[in-house]
Design a protein around this ligand. Structure first.
Ligand code: NAD
Ligand code: MG
Length: 362
């Protein structure tokens, strides 16, 4: 087991990464003084529940915890006000009190949804992340929790740090292949924004990562979580630096939105977004090799890096305007400077985005 610390003063917390950790949940909860007197709410989805819910429930119960579970329908649509309402109902009916923990057992969708419930139930209760996707190495660290509005993604949310993150890498073995690739997109992103050596390592270990080789995967996830933790520790509330984590997300979120949150997985959309950001940087004078290397890395994982022909340019631009990153009529973009280094710029013109959309369709 590897342990990392997210340093946030009195809101600091550990990330445990390793094999078989679901079977230690009860002990670890107790070690972190999560209340045994108050019921624990486990939120999960209907793909994860049949695989892992019983094990977590039984493990917590064996340690003296009372559990209530809420299973939501899998998919991005679970990050809605309606489903949020249903989970709140389960929390109230389950008798949760201020010391109750809300546990997210699942991917980023369940993490964001359960986290927003934890942030708002009785104005905030303890929260535990138990990520079960590769992508969730990113979403489970950092305390951003949110649901979507039909007009825009993650528009209704909060900052609510977990008490701990318990990452059992064995759960990743049941992930569909497409989800594995999409999750690795955020891992590559962490290299691209922060650590050229780690980006190169991802390129050298593509096959081992895709095959879920346990040692390789644990190292990659630990590095990804560690980079995220370092960034978040320096800027918890995204007043500056933290925005670098949004590489590829300005265009990526727009693609997710116009695809009705069904056409692209998050990791696929940001892969196209990262390719587009590199191309904007090249059009502004960066070395073309920066774009070529970005595409090579992402392409190695079978991730998309071109703009699908059928996507309407106007709709992409329109969706971008609804994004949180569209501030005071300016598009805020994270652009690569070199592999492992990015800058935040607020003077990208809509015309530059139109140009790369067209270039990426060729
Ligand atoms: P997800 O939660 O929808 O999981 C992907 C799919 O895999 C789902 O169908 C799920 O049921 C299934 N699944 C999960 N674990 C499984 C397992 N072990 N075995 C088999 N199937 C399993 O999606 P995701 O990619 O994990 O997360 C995407 C979400 O994360 C998006 O909503 C995105 O906005 C959010 N996100 C949030 C942050 C943040 O900082 N809060 C960061 C990045 C992404
Ligand atoms: Mg993301």
């Amino acid at each position: 087991m590897r342990t990392l610390q997210v340093d946030l003063g009195d809101r600091s917390y550990p990330i445990y990464i390793g094999s078989g950790l679901l079977n230690e949940a009860g002990l670890i909860f107790a070690k972190h003084q999560l209340s045994k007197k108050s019921p624990v709410l486990i939120v999960t989805d209907d793909h994860v529940a049949p695989l892992y819910l019983k094990r977590v429930e039984e493990n917590l119960q064996a340690e003296g915890y009372r559990t209530v579970s809420k299973v939501v329908k899998a998919g991005e649509k679970a990050k809605s006000l309606d489903v949020f309402h249903d989970v709140m109902t389960a929390a109230i009916e389950g008798g949760l009190d201020r010391r109750s923990a809300v546990v997210a057992l699942g991917g980023g969708v369940v993490g964001d949804l359960a986290g927003f419930v934890a942030a708002t139930y009785m104005r905030g209760v303890p929260f535990v992340q138990m990520p079960t996707t590769i992508l969730a190495h990113d979403s489970s660290v950092g305390g951003k929790v949110a649901i979507n509005h039909p007009l825009a993604k993650n528009m209704i949310g909060a900052f609510h740090q977990p008490e701990l993150v318990l990452y059992d890498v064995d759960t990743l073995r049941t992930l569909p292949e497409r989800e594995i690739r999409a999750g690795l997109s955020e891992m590559v992103k962490h290299g691209l924004i922060w650590d050229a050596e780690f980006a190169a390592w991802c390129g050298e270990n593509t096959d081992r990562l895709l095959a879920l080789d346990p040692e390789t995967l644990s190292y990659g996830l630990t590095m990804g979580c560690s980079i995220k933790a370092q960034v978040v520790s320096q800027d918890e509330r995204e007043l500056g630096l933290r925005a670098i984590l949004n590489l590829g997300h300005t265009i990526g979120h727009a693609l997710e939105a116009i695809g009705g949150y069904g056409e692209f997985l998050h990791g696929e959309a940001i892969s196209i977004g990262m390719a587009a950001s590199a191309l904007i940087a090249v059009n502004r004078g960066a070395d073309r090799a920066l774009y070529a290397e970005t595409v090579r890395l992402l392409g190695g994982f079978g991730l998309p890096t071109v703009m699908p022909e059928h996507l309407d340019e106007e709709r992409i631009i329109g969706a971008m305007m609804h994004d949180k990153k569209f501030k005071e009529q300016q598009l805020v973009f994270v652009l690569p400077v070199a592999i492992g280094q990015v800058e935040i710029v607020s003077d990208v013109k809509v015309e530059e985005v139109r140009r790369v959309i067209r270039e990426l369709k060729k």
